[in-house]
Write a protein that binds this ligand. Sequence first.
Ligand SMILES: NC(=O)c1ccc[n+]([C@@H]2O[C@H](COP(=O)([O-])OP(=O)(O)OC[C@H]3O[C@@H](n4cnc5c(N)ncnc54)[C@H](O)[C@@H]3O)[C@@H](O)[C@H]2O)c1
Length: 229
Amino acid sequence: MQVALVDLDTNTGEKLSAELNAKYGSDRTAFIKCNVTKEAELEHAFSHTFKLFGRLDIVANNAGIAREPDWQLVIDINLTAVVAGSRLAITYMSAPHGNGGVIINTASMGGLIPMPYAPVYAATKAAVIQYSRSLGQAHENIRVNAICPSFTDTALVAEGKTMLPTVFGEVVAATGPLLSPELIATSMIAIVEDDSKNAAVMRVTNARGVDYQSYDGFLNKSTPLTPKL
Ligand SMILES: NC(=O)c1ccc[n+]([C@@H]2O[C@H](COP(=O)([O-])OP(=O)(O)OC[C@H]3O[C@@H](n4cnc5c(N)ncnc54)[C@H](O)[C@@H]3O)[C@@H](O)[C@H]2O)c1
């Protein structure tokens, strides 16, 4: 497998790519600098990946921020870029470039339960869940799933703790210790590898471990009259 690491942060991205290539082989990863809110940069990230590796099988739309005062940017990164990235993924996974693939979109437990201290963030994540569920039912050979982690030990939470120390103290006390990024990564790989999972919403929490959101009854079915995209 070869992996394009796409991010705004050049220092971390290049360092990680060098580390992975030293461990797994010289051409296994490539870092591509990209601001996902810039259409041309996102398109270049996809075209360059395809040029480097000759195919595109898996796309993870994972970039996200939780800086509520920058609410427009929260929407641009957490939702608009996920839609743009998914559409580009479908282009490169469909003929004449490819014949299928898997998209995993990072949502959040904040898309399933209210976050009074971050309502815009919560709204973007709820939208990513519903977008992924709908898109997953729109294509025959492309699976689309969403993952909903609870609070995880990353820079995003560190920033949140600095901005809202009391809130985060209470929230973490209520939800348990921060999850490890490794747990989220292995859970993401599991849903990508499981061919039976499409339009599924994986939850990763202290309370229930790794499980799936249930949508019993008609809510889980697409409208019969809806044409395939
Ligand atoms: N940490 C948590 O508790 C938690 C819980 C649920 C969901 N999530 C989601 O997980 C995803 C990853 O976040 P994280 O927790 O690892 O935080 P993080 O801050 O460590 O990672 C976010 C990454 O997104 C990149 N990024 C930000 N803006 C970008 C842009 N405009 N273009 C390209 N890249 C950009 C950052 O450089 C960074 O590498 C996000 O979608 C986040 O909402 C996080």
